[in-house]
Each structure stands twice: as C-alpha cells, then as structure tokens.
Design a protein around this ligand. Sequence first.
Ligand code: ADP
Ligand code: ADP
Length: 229
Amino acid sequence: DAVFIARSLVKTYVSGETEVRALRGVDLEIAAGEVVVLLGPSGSGKSTLLNIMGGLDQATSGQLFFDHLELTGLDDKGLTTYRRQHVGFVFQFYNLVPSLTAYENVSLVTEISDNPMRPDEALAMVGLEERMHHFPAQLSGGEQQRVAIARAIAKRPNVLLCDEPTGALDSKTGIRVIEALLSINAQLGTTTLIITHNASTQDVADRVLFFTDGQIYNVRKNETRRAAA
Ligand code: ADP
Ligand code: ADP
C-alpha cells in the first residue's frame, strides 16, 4: 500500500540561458505510515522533491502518484485541491501570526477544514495543552515549531512534509520537535517525510534516503523501528 509512487521523476528549472537539473530521474515508493528522512548536501534536490510531492510545484517529466491520483497529471487548481485535502507542511520558520495565541493560530486552519481536530486536541498532541493561550513571543523556538506542527496536523492530513523543521533549533530542542512528529505518526499513522540534518533523527526513521545531484544514491532501512513501535 504505497501512498506515493515516483517513476523517473525529473525537475529542470529554466531561468534565461541556464538550466538546473534539480531532479534527474527519481524512482521511489513511500508506504502509508512510513517515517522517511531525506538526507544529502545542499542543492541535491531534497526540497524540490518534497515540494512536488506536496503539490507546491510541477515536475518536468516522469510520473508521481498519490494513492491512485496522478499528481503529474494535475493542473495548478488540481494541485491546490490535493494539497488542501491531504498535505500538511512544516518549514524551518514557523510563520505563526504574532498577534494570535497558539490556539487561535491553529484555529485559522480548523475553521476552513472538513473534518478537523479541535485546536486544543491538536496542541495536546504536541504537548502544548498548557500553553495554548500563549502568544508566539511567549513561547520558545521549539514550542513555536510545535504550534506550527499542531497547525499542520489539525486538518488530519494523510501526509506531513517537513522541510528542515529543526533547522533553527539547537539539537536538544530539535529532538523534542522530532519526538512530536514521531508521536503524531504513532497516534494518527500520518506518513511523514522529513528533511533534516539532525543526526539522531536518522536512527528513528523507517528509512533514510541519501540524495546527491538530483538522485537518490542510497537507501538505509531501519528494520528495528516498526518492531519496536
Ligand atoms: P536541497 O533541498 O537538497 O538543498 P533543492 O531542491 O532546494 O536542494 O535544489 C536543487 C537544485 O535546484 C539546486 O541547484 C537549486 O539551486 C535549484 N533550485 C531550487 N529551486 C529553484 C528555483 N525555484 N529556480 C531555480 N533553481 C532552483
Ligand atoms: P525549550 O526546551 O522548548 O527550548 P526553553 O528552555 O527555551 O524551552 O524555555 C523554557 C520556557 O521558557 C518555555 O517553556 C517558554 O514558555 C519560556 N520561554 C522561552 N523563551 C521565551 C521567550 N523568548 N519569551 C518568553 N518565554 C520564553
């Protein structure tokens, strides 16, 4: 039961005379409920792949399926619908609205979703039930990122795409953010892809994909995690 299947996925950025081949033929299957870490040097194509999977960008050629939906066959409007229904995003910067409490930031999403959690449920999932009436400036960086994660999961997305979620945090705080993601995966079964340099995250993922030059050149599978879960 693959949730994503990519076949010979290519992305070429063209600006003026120059072409950047960001993805050079990626083949990949992601199983439902998997936690996958994307690793590799800057510029190797990790964000490009995540953005295409999340419907934020179009591939140049190749195929990408989400369940039975071919994302590579959708126009921008189709991708927007897909994204709203199925995808939660977490980025390096939290993009919380500073004038709203944690609860209110999450409710911006729950008010426009079909079958959302309550904001307090989503915040409890990331361990912030005690702080839901705090404003962003009253929270630490790690706590603000957990609010952003609560906001991302409140609409119950099938997949959670995380681009450097620990990039602005020290390693100890980063681990707590990763723990929140794993806890959500365990409770909701949300398929989770994470771009991170946080070393300990590699040990807790089901698989680590190593990128170089627009391709996946190695995959390390963690056989013990599912057994432990
Ligand atoms: P990573 O996430 O591994 O750092 P990216 O996917 O961000 O890599 O980038 C892959 C390559 O595509 C890089 O050479 C980058 O400069 C280029 N790139 C990414 N986004 C764009 C864009 N919008 N326009 C032009 N080139 C881009
Ligand atoms: P974390 O373990 O999440 O990094 P810290 O050790 O940075 O948390 O902060 C401990 C507590 O202090 C947090 O729970 C937070 O409520 C509070 N706090 C942290 N930074 C700030 C800040 N800039 N303004 C107000 N309160 C803060």
